[in-house]
Design a binder for this molecule. Structure first.
Ligand code: ZN
Length: 164
């Protein structure tokens, strides 16, 4: 049997520890699972005072340029705006490409770029839809150009053939 405080050996049934004088619990119950520390734990040294963290550097508020009055205003509102602008351009282009495919080409290309830029925003789905729509109208526009060009060449050939 050992002292519950200092761990030194005790006479069986001793009430007090001869070493530290600690009052021993009644001898009947076996000693509680003795804490692994055989020696009284040293007082843990106070941690050295931690220097207060330096104040977080707060960057000066970035100067935001007022949105330009020209162009789709949504394009000036950051990536989310870019995604929405791409979507809008894609829809407009897809509708317009059936009527004015050639005029829509630069717009479709713009929408494509806007959509790619807008991919970084939280509105990824919108940007992807915009990219798809713009890409589609780009394909339609190019296809129309090829078609018209091909027809022109064909007509040229026909004319030349008639000339002979
Ligand atoms: Zn003791």
């Amino acid at each position: 049997m050992n002292c519950v405080y200092c761990g030194s050996a005790l006479r069986p049934g001793a009430q007090f520890c001869p070493q530290c004088g600690g009052l021993q619990p009644a001898a009947a119950p076996p000693p509680e699972p003795v804490p692994p520390a055989e020696y009284p734990a040293w007082p843990t040294p106070e941690p050295p005072p931690v220097a207060p963290p330096p104040p977080a550097y707060t960057p000066p508020p970035a100067y935001t340029y007022p949105p330009p009055s020209y162009g789709p205003p949504a394009a000036a509102q950051g990536p989310v705006g870019l995604a929405i602008a791409s979507l809008v351009l894609g829809i407009v282009n897809l509708c317009g490409s059936f009527f004015l495919p050639i005029c829509g080409l630069p717009l479709a290309f713009t929408g494509l770029v806007l959509g790619i830029l807008g991919l970084k925003s939280s509105q990824r789905v919108l940007a992807i839809i915009g990219i798809v729509l713009c890409g589609l109208s780009l394909v339609i526009g190019i296809g129309y150009l090829v078609l018209v060009g091909g027809m022109g060449i064909l007509a040229n050939i026909m004319e030349q053939m008639q000339g002979y």
